[in-house]
Design a binder for this molecule. Structure first.
Ligand SMILES: [Zn+2]
Length: 276
């Protein structure tokens, strides 16, 4: 099973940076989102592939044409928060307000119910697991916010997460690329820097794969900024030259689906509960 997910945010939606994590500063930066999103959607159309797009609510409000375009192309749309803040810095009330605003904004534009969610920066651990209770309260059925970095689990597969209201959130975590005996998040920066042959080999071995990308992962002209460190600029620039070409090869070799369609094929009755 191969699932493809895209986090729809601009190159300046950087977390853990004093300047860029302040939404007031976002207006001062050139948007490169639409151009980059078109690279992705045209490749998906070319290879007849499906994907889930997790949208930052602030983006939906500023560029409603993006939501309309993705809806017209029949891609699944989910929420990627409203203000793209790390969930670790939000209390329950603030997380509820941010998530509710994001869902409402995207639903009002798309005319479709939002069922799927991804937190910014994989920011969940045992200290804020109440986020799943909030997601369930807001009608979210599928989450894709976990990965090996915060679970330390080598065998990534779907989980059920029990919530306070007695429901379950169906968790479809980001999978991993195995390289040099280590596990790396499958997508984004690691996709850009790892050799294509190794990526293909790693994908061939998996029975569950969920890749994630940002539009900026395919932008060879991502701006260099003096507001972030030299190391962060290097990380942001690495592998951009060939990433779209690598992505096309992967699309040409594997058949991808979105979160909701993949969920129909998962045997949730016999899927383990995730215990924090
Ligand atoms: Zn994000």
């Amino acid at each position: 099973m191969y699932i493809l997910t895209i986090d729809v945010e601009d190159w300046y939606h950087l977390i853990n940076n004093r300047y860029f994590s302040n939404p007031k500063n976002w207006y001062d930066n050139e948007s490169r989102l639409m151009k980059n999103l078109e690279i992705i959607t045209s490749l998906l159309e070319k290879y007849n592939q499906k994907a889930s797009f997790f949208i930052v609510g602030w983006i939906a409000e500023k560029y409603p044409a993006i939501i309309k375009m993705l809806t017209q192309l029949d891609f699944e749309i989910g929420s990627h928060s409203y203000l793209h803040q790390t969930t670790r810095l939000l209390n329950k009330k603030a997380f509820f307000a941010d998530t509710e605003k994001s869902i409402k904004t995207i639903e009002d534009i798309s005319g479709k119910k939002i069922n799927s969610y991804r937190m910014p920066a994989f920011s969940i651990d045992s200290t804020n697991k109440w986020v799943f209770d909030v997601l369930s309260d807001l009608g979210i059925k599928y989450d894709s916010s976990l990965t090996v970095i915060n679970r330390r689990n080598k065998n990534i597969h779907p989980y059920k997460i029990k919530t306070q209201d007695g429901n379950f959130i169906k968790e479809l975590p980001v999978s991993t690329f195995k390289y040099l005996g280590m596990n790396f998040n499958s997508g984004s920066g690691y996709f850009r820097i790892l050799p294509l042959k190794k990526i293909i080999k790693s994908l061939e071995k998996k029975d569950y794969t969920l890749l994630y990308f940002h539009p900026r992962d395919f932008d060879s002209k991502t701006p260099i900024s003096f507001k972030v460190s030299l190391l962060q600029n290097l990380k942001n620039q690495m592998g951009l030259k060939h990433s779209a070409c690598k992505f096309e090869t992967v699309l040409n070799n594997f058949k991808f689906t979105d979160i909701q369609k993949a969920s129909l094929k998962i045997d949730w009755e016999n899927t383990k509960d995730l215990l924090f």
